[in-house]
Design a protein around this ligand. Structure first.
Ligand code: AN0
Ligand code: CP
Length: 313
């Protein structure tokens, strides 16, 4: 594996998940990637990704160094051929190349603008890092995807599923007061489309994901119909893709509570976090035995460890 920016970079998804599960049973193996250096660059906030990736690197004997580039670095210019007489002090051509000389792997978090669909969906920022760093690049969530989250999610589903039929996995939209990226739901859908599960999506009209992230997937605009018989429900807000970046609905009847849970097959309820309690998922569900969001967050360590172990080979 050369980079880790989407499922397309992975040769063997099963092997990556199995390796993550085996790291969970035996996490501290500091001889494996001893002395390697991982740079983690954040253009946006993070709790889990930042901490779990650092723990993962330590477990492998590698060192992770974090740069909050928006706060502590020079303001970056991404456009080529510009005369830089504005507020940007450094070009990505130099910034990424310099970091490429310090580290063995470079992790990057870049949220989408949610204003310019073409720029976001062509992954302009992530592509600039890929082009100029000259070392393996690890997505810590980009404009369109969050593959470390999706790997942890797949691992969590695998851990919790004991029956010998395919689980029914449903991704449901939930309300939020802000415009959030489509990266988490896009990525979850992409990984579920490759997994041995029966996958479908439920979201209000106007909230369909980009066509490439729902190809061959049933989409229900009636949440009750979508949730019927689910074994796993992944709850997430996202902003509209078609009316790009807009909040078209804040309909709290889509908040995930006991009424929704009752429609499922006693489903395990998932969320990537951070979650707004009461709005996205109700306390009655988050504090119940059905909720497995903390397992997902814990598994972020082993997902990152599995990926770093490959990228640092
Ligand atoms: C971000 C998102 O929805 O993409 C990060 C999730 C991992 N969430 C928020 O901004 C609340
Ligand atoms: N789930 C997730 O990526 O969380 P953070 O934004 O806190 O890293």
């Amino acid at each position: 594996m050369k980079h880790f920016t989407s499922i397309a970079d992975v040769n063997d998804v099963n092997q990556l998940v199995e390796q993550a599960i085996s790291f969970k049973a035996n996490a501290f193996q500091p001889e494996l990637r001893k002395g390697k250096k991982v740079g983690l660059v954040f253009l946006n906030p993070s709790l889990r990704t930042r901490l779990s990736t650092q723990v993962a690197a330590q477990n492998l004997g590698a060192e992770a160094i974090v740069l909050d580039i928006g706060k502590d670095g020079w303001a970056l210019e991404f456009e080529d051929g510009k005369i830089m007489n504005g507020d940007k002090a450094e070009h990505i051509r130099e910034a990424a190349a310099v970091m490429g000389r310090y580290f063995d792997v470079l992790g990057v978090r870049t949220f989408p603008s949610l204003t310019d669909k073409a720029t976001d969906y062509s992954e302009t920022l992530l592509q600039s890092f890929l082009k100029h760093a000259g070392i393996p690049v690890l997505s810590l969530e980009s404009g369109t995807r969050h593959p470390l989250q999706s790997l942890a999610d797949l691992m969590t589903i695998k851990e919790h599923w004991t029956k010998d039929r395919k689980p029914k996995v449903v991704l449901t939209w939930a309300p939020h007061i802000k415009a959030l990226p489509q990266a988490v739901p896009n990525s979850f859908a992409e990984w579920m489309m490759h997994a041995d599960v029966d996958f479908s999506i439920t979201n209000p009209e106007g909230y369909n994901l980009a066509p490439e992230f729902r190809e061959g997937v049933s989409v229900y605009h009636d949440q009750a119909a979508g949730l019927a018989g689910a074994d796993f429900v992944y709850v997430k807000n996202w902003s509209a893709y078609e009316a790009y970046g807009q909040v078209l609905s804040q309909d709290e009847s889509w908040s995930f509570g006991n009424d929704q849970l009752a429609l499922t097959n006693n489903a395990k309820v998932m969320h990537c976090l951070p979650v707004r309690r009461g709005l996205v998922i109700k306390d009655e569900v988050l504090d119940s035995a059905n909720a497995i969001h903390l397992d997902q967050a814990e598994n972020r360590v082993y997902a990152a460890q599995s990926v770093l172990n490959e990228l640092l080979k």
